[in-house]
Design a protein around this ligand. Sequence first.
Ligand SMILES: *Cc1c(COP(=O)(O)O)cnc(C)c1O
Length: 353
Amino acid sequence: MRPARALIDLAALRHNYELARRRHGGRALAVIKANAYGHGAVRCAQALAAMADGFAVAFLDEALELRAAGISHPILLLEGVFDGAELALAANHGLWPVVHHEAQLRMIETSSLTTPLRVWLKVNSGMNRAGFADTAVAAAWQRLRACGKVAEITLMSHFARADELQEPATSAQIACFDAATRGLQGAHSLANSSAILAWPEARRDWARPGILLYGADPIPGEGNGLLPVMSLESAVIAVHEIEAGATLGYGARFVASERTRVGLVAMGYADGYPRTVPDGTPVSIDGQPSRIIGRVSMDMLTVDLSALPQAGIGSRVQLWGREVAVNRIAASVGTIAYELLCNVKRVSFSYFD
Ligand SMILES: *Cc1c(COP(=O)(O)O)cnc(C)c1O
């Protein structure tokens, strides 16, 4: 079997969830949208089931997959529902839709729901992506209360820049949210991962940790005690040497400055490892530091084994995980760990505690 694999450490996932809840206080919805940021939503939900207060996903189908797998916890739909039929299904399955714009509010008012809904009313406190304007929140809240179909309203907002520690935008968003919701009854939820870690004043009734559950610190260098959950690994499948002056791989990007021992690894951009990493990007081979040389191709990539005479066919290669921070790889290609983790595919997944 091809050795490309993602190893998912469920004990680390539980550790990170506990850390989030302890830091924040109150209750925490584990955000497992996008297949749990590429880690496997059903397996992650099952691993957290005994401790989690609930889960959050982006939309209905992601929630129904969890319900079908026997997850009976509260599940928040972060994008809300898209039509009346989805609203009815959400109600039947006890899902909690976010209501972030007028059309969704009207769907609830004009529905024939008989089960009272729990909804999360989203306030645009400054990100300007989704949510009711601060001046429109009270009226939306009143309409939800008056329509007779809503049992409970939680008030929420989302931060644009909570990962920037010196940035006043987050405090401004908190102040905007507090002013917009003053006097409106309901629990509050503000904090994503960055805010849980860095903005104590954002801690309210419910936290919404996502990326930190998977052990990728959204505020790199903070040393927050998170444990990486995914190890993306493969193995050396062939070894050869190239002479000084020889080039390696597509576009001949890498030119050997001396005789170089090359390891071929079964991992490529079709598995989700980014094609754009530069020469020198760190990898770990049998626990020893090494580097990518040459362009990453669809199914394979090449590493420098010159300083690792013990390494050979079958050597374990870690692309990211405990030995190589996924944040380091993300930074080297100008993206964030979220995107790299979500993109992992085609490899075999295995889960352990
Ligand atoms: C995805 C998402 C989260 C989780 O964000 P992280 O940065 O991964 O912690 C929280 N709230 C909302 C509204 C989201 O869309």
